[in-house]
Design a protein around this ligand. Structure first.
Ligand code: ARG
Ligand code: GLU
Length: 719
């Protein structure tokens, strides 16, 4: 008895050594590493209920939505929930002045009304497996990085082939712990995913960019899709004959709500974190890269906002672009503030001091030069990254330049005469299609202004020796008048007009590539790309490869130095579980935030003059009548809530599950004060923001009158 107890105690002590709230854990190891702690924190189900390959488990209801979000299956007919901002592109693509689904919302009242979205996929995980031994077989410590990679790539190719032999599955192998371990993921990808419903933007994006990344929040950030399969329930390209997919598992939804302190977990696809990097890397991000991104995006946003405020059409056209630019901009501001507040760089430096002492012990001597190698490498990398970011966020932030650059492919095939040999129509068709979609959402006056502003900033902040000659000459020619420069480029370029491009493509022949090469917008793009290829690319590759190797060793060393710490791998867009408790926080002296918001707050924020704060009459009517149906809680309608689950970009749309594994919310954001959690998780400030599932169902059922969708779902409610 005593022995059993002490083992249990040991497990508990071990698992409590890592913070309860921090971490994004591998589903495969929950039983071994986390289950006891999760249950001690309130979870009533088992690790096997969450992830199993032997029977249907919660993991069978979780998908990668598109290329960067998470979604969850909520009915036996393939109904899928994700965020409004994850479905935003699809909703926007179906929108026009006549059918403004962005502004008004969209609801398919019957399956035949559901809208196909070519290119949109959802990915189910069939199984995962650790393959470190096979991947690293015959790899040794003294190999060059190139040789190491060659061997690893060969192994990966073989393991993947074997894993999916005779199936329609796809395999991915990803490095974990900076390449110290490898995991295989076998996926099933569905390609017919249809839009079923989306609330109006003043619900789905309520508060817009003003409220984005902020708490208290009142955004109904959800949209509804459906997965279709062929008649055998297998993935298939869009076809009218496809039928709703029958999933192995769909989530049950709880209307019981929650209290502060309740256990929750998030099951989804966090994209990328960098918890174990050295101070030099943090320094480069905080003091070089983020300030460039913030400044250039801020300038771009000022211009776009002015035009969006002026016209409804512009607002629709630029909605998705603007949201993307602004999202990063605001996050990086928050990240920098958070790292400064936490003294993140100094904390890393203090750890590095300790590390260095440890590494200088004779038995750890192989790590003694790690940190100085890091410093040397970052000293070389930082100035190159600075130049590169001025090109990426500056030069290529100008749409006409970026668009012109997309024609380099056509120039290349034309020069090689490939185009005459390999079906020119197909290549040209592709360019025509992309022209139509590019110009659908493009306005010359906006881009011209952005051109002048970004070019000026690029010029003023880049050493003259780093600016390509042909660009310098132009700037000299216009005597530094960037508006004049912009005007001239737009006057002479064909890349500002759909008609010009379509006419050009209509009778395209290989020899016409010369016209592209003479185009001033293309010339600028080409000069930037050449600058990157000839002056930066090779150097960056060498330094990054060096850093990969240093990071792998540093990770290993950190684990060796802290043998009792339970490490979780950095996010790498693989399926993870984060768990914690529902709780508020204190963002500043004398301020405390409650852990949930309500419809009252929407009424308080209402402003009919501001697009993002308009409240629809229908919603007001429901509010005035307290007509909340089964979704209210003692006469209030709860909207969003927060917890200390460790999440990041990619976790958008992830299900929030309660102690019983029932769906209680959809993750969609983090609090601003906590956005540095990609590098520094702060238990006091890092909170993830979730939509209350009751508000989501209330909008579907009571607001949109699409109760048939709720009828499809499995609802649990204590009476
Ligand atoms: N901040 C959230 C995320 O990182 C939501 C972004 C979409 N909303 C917006 N207003 N741009 O994706
Ligand atoms: N909105 C983010 C996403 O699209 C989630 C917020 C975060 O970065 O945590 O994944």
């Amino acid at each position: 008895m005593k022995k059993v107890l002490s083992i249990t105690l040991l497990v508990l002590i071990l698992s409590f050594q890592s913070r309860a709230d921090e971490g994004m854990w591998i589903p495969l190891f929950l039983g071994e590493l986390n289950e006891a702690q999760m249950q001690a924190m309130g979870m009533k189900i088992t690790a096997d209920d969450i992830y199993s390959v032997n029977h249907a488990s919660l993991k069978d209801a979780i998908v990668i939505f598109g290329g960067g979000c998470t979604g969850e299956v909520v009915s036996d007919q393939g109904l899928l929930l994700t965020n409004h901002h994850c479905g935003f592109r699809s909703i926007q693509k179906h929108s026009s002045l006549e059918h403004d689904y962005l502004t008004n919302g969209f609801w398919a009242m019957e399956k035949s009304d559901e809208l196909p979205n070519p290119g949109l996929t959802v990915t189910f995980l069939v199984r995962m497996e650790e393959v470190t031994e096979s991947v690293l077989d015959s790899v040794s410590a003294n190999m060059s990085e190139a040789e190491r990679n060659r061997i690893i790539d060969g192994h990966i190719k073989k393991i993947k082939e074997e894993a999916i032999k005779d199936t329609h599955y796809k395999a991915v192998i990803k490095p974990f712990f900076q390449g110290n371990r490898y995991f295989l993921f076998v996926n099933e990808i569905f390609e017919d995913v249809r839009l079923v419903g989306a609330p109006p933007s003043n619900i789905g994006k309520f508060g817009g960019d003003t409220d984005n990344w902020m708490w208290p929040r009142h955004t109904g950030d959800f949209s509804v899709f459906r997965i279709y399969a062929d008649k055998d329930n297998n993935p298939a390209k869009y076809s009218e004959d496809n039928v709703p997919y029958k999933p192995k598992k769909h989530l049950s939804i709880s209307l019981d709500g929650f209290n502060e302190g309740d256990f929750t977990f998030i099951f989804g696809y966090p994209g990328s974190t960098e918890e174990y990097i050295p101070s030099y890397a943090v320094d480069m991000t905080v003091n070089t890269i983020n300030p460039i991104r913030i400044s250039l995006r801020g300038k771009r946003l000022d211009v776009i906002k002015k035009y969006m405020d002026e016209s409804r059409e512009t607002r629709i056209q630029y909605a998705a672009k603007q949201a993307g630019i602004s999202n990063g901009w605001k996050k990086w501001i928050g990240e920098n503030k958070g790292i400064k507040r936490l003294h993140g760089i100094e904390k890393k430096q203090a750890f590095e001091k300790e590390f260095q002492n440890w590494a200088e012990l004779p038995e750890n001597n192989k790590y003694a030069t790690l940190l100085s190698s890091f410093r040397e490498t970052y000293d070389k990398l930082t100035p190159i990254e600075k130049n590169l970011y001025y090109i990426i966020e500056g030069g290529l932030g100008i749409e006409i330049i970026k668009y012109a650059n997309s024609f380099s492919g056509l120039v290349n095939v034309s020069k090689s005469k490939d185009i005459d040999i390999n079906k020119p129509e197909k290549t040209i068709e592709r360019y025509k299609k992309s022209a139509l979609s590019h110009f659908k959402d493009y306005q010359v006056p906006i881009d011209k202004e952005v051109f002048a502003v970004l070019f000026k900033s690029y010029y003023e902040n880049t050493e003259k020796s780093e600016i390509p000659d042909e660009i310098l000459k132009q700037i000299d020619k216009y005597k530094g008048d960037f508006e004049l420069f912009a005007n001239e480029v737009f006057k002479k370029s064909m890349f500002d007009s759909k008609d010009k491009i379509m006419t050009f493509l209509d009778d395209y022949k290989a020899s016409h590539y010369k016209k592209i090469e003479k185009d001033p917008a293309y010339q600028i793009a080409a000069a930037f790309i050449r600058q990157y290829r000839t002056n930066y690319k090779a150097r960056i590759n060498v330094l990054n490869s060096k850093l990969d190797s240093l990071m792998r060793i540093y990770m290993e060393a950190q684990m060796e130095m802290q043998p009792n710490k339970l490490f979780y791998p950095d996010a790498n867009f693989t399926l993870r579980v984060a768990y914690g408790n529902i709780m508020g926080y204190s963002p500043a002296d004398a301020v405390t935030y409650n852990y949930f918001t309500t419809l009252e707050g929407i009424m308080e924020k209402e402003d009919p003059e501001i697009y993002d704060y308009v409240v629809e009459d229908k919603l007001k009517e429901l509010y005035n009548n307290k007509d909340y149906g089964a979704y209210g809680n003692n006469g209030t309608m709860q909207v969003c809530f927060i917890a200390n689950n460790h999440t990041t970009g990619g976790n958008s749309g992830s299900p929030v599950l309660d102690a019983n594994g029932n769906l209680i919310g959809i993750n969609f954001d983090r609090c601003w004060e906590g956005t540095m959690s990609d590098m520094f998780y702060d238990p006091d400030m890092s909170r993830n923001i979730m939509l209350d599932i009751r508000y989501c169902l209330f909008i579907i059922d009571k607001f949109a009158g699409a109760g048939h969708l709720v009828d499809e779902m499995t609802i649990v409610k204590k009476e």
